[in-house]
Design a protein around this ligand. Structure first.
Ligand code: ZN
Length: 283
């Protein structure tokens, strides 16, 4: 039975898909939880405990869910990590990965509404990696062992803010409120059959605008964990947005941007989907 971690009103809930759910803090008598962050601090023990537990509540519905990791210490994001996207953006693919952040206050859940804060608001579906333990200088061959699980992410981007000025403002341009939808669940890595090769798609109003596989990443998950941890200490719950495939709006001819009432569905094989709706900015 697939067991994945959800955030329901700030509490960690184990989801068994259509078979139901269980509140982690209550079912474990306080041993784990009550928040998703608490669960991630003791991930390995939680994973063994979760194997002995079954559902005692109804299945979760997407509109109940918050971001699986609502307040990570660090959010890393990788730019230009798919060959065709790097080429469409006019970059070569031989250099080092571009690393920036999405400030954690931009994180949202799987059903989110985003105000049109920019005339150049663009989409980027991405695989998001969740770190499972404190680590530094991780060997690439052991890097997947440090990963708690995976989820779908959207790296929404205000291109006008991102590309303003002489040195671009990537982190700011990608951190407006609700610019980081994630979820719907944190799916433990061992529940994913081939985590290095998942179909990744994005649909805008039912038109497929991005369609690739995570095997097309230039720097794979293990390389990214190794490279980031060669500089930074990684902590449980830290997120890595691993980059987007080709098909974003600002590289189209003519460019295409998100507007009021657009609906964006971001999906990764085995991990589920995010539905993001765009609305007029409150005045
Ligand atoms: Zn991105």
């Amino acid at each position: 039975m697939t067991r994945s971690l959800a955030n329901v009103a700030g509490r960690a809930v184990l989801s068994f898909g259509a078979d139901g759910s269980v509140d982690v803090g209550r079912a474990s008598g306080g041993r784990f939880g009550p928040t998703p962050a608490d669960v991630l601090e003791d991930w390995a023990a939680f994973r063994s405990w979760s194997e002995s537990i079954g559902p005692d509540a109804p299945p979760l519905i997407a509109s109940q869910l918050g971001p699986p990791v609502p307040a990570p210490r660090q959010v890393f994001a990788i730019g230009l990590n798919y060959r065709l996207h790097a080429e469409e953006a006019g970059h070569d693919t031989k250099g080092l990965p571009q690393v920036f952040t999405k400030f954690p206050s931009c994180l949202a859940g799987p059903i989110a509404t985003v105000p049109i804060v920019s005339p150049r608001l663009d989409w980027e579906v991405e695989l998001v990696v969740v770190i499972g333990e404190t680590c530094q200088r991780v060997n690439e061959g052991r890097a997947w062992d440090r990963v708690a699980g995976l989820m779908v992410g959207q790296d929404l981007s205000a291109r006008d803010v991102q590309l303003a000025g002489q040195a671009a403002q990537w982190s700011l341009g990608k951190s407006f409120t609700n610019f980081g939808p994630t979820g719907p669940f944190l799916v433990p890595t061992e529940m994913v059959a081939h985590p290095d090769d998942l179909r990744i798609t994005c649909r805008l109003n039912d038109e497929v605008v991005q369609d690739s596989r995570t095997s097309q990443m230039i720097w794979g998950v293990a390389e990214l964990v190794a490279r980031l941890s060669s500089v930074v200490t990684l902590f449980p719950g830290d997120l890595i947005f691993t980059g987007t495939p080709a098909g974003v709006g600002n590289r189209r001819e003519p460019p295409r941007y998100l507007g009021v009432d657009d609906v964006l569905v971001s999906e990764i094989e085995g991990l589920g989907e995010l539905t993001t709706t765009f609305a007029k900015e409150a005045s």
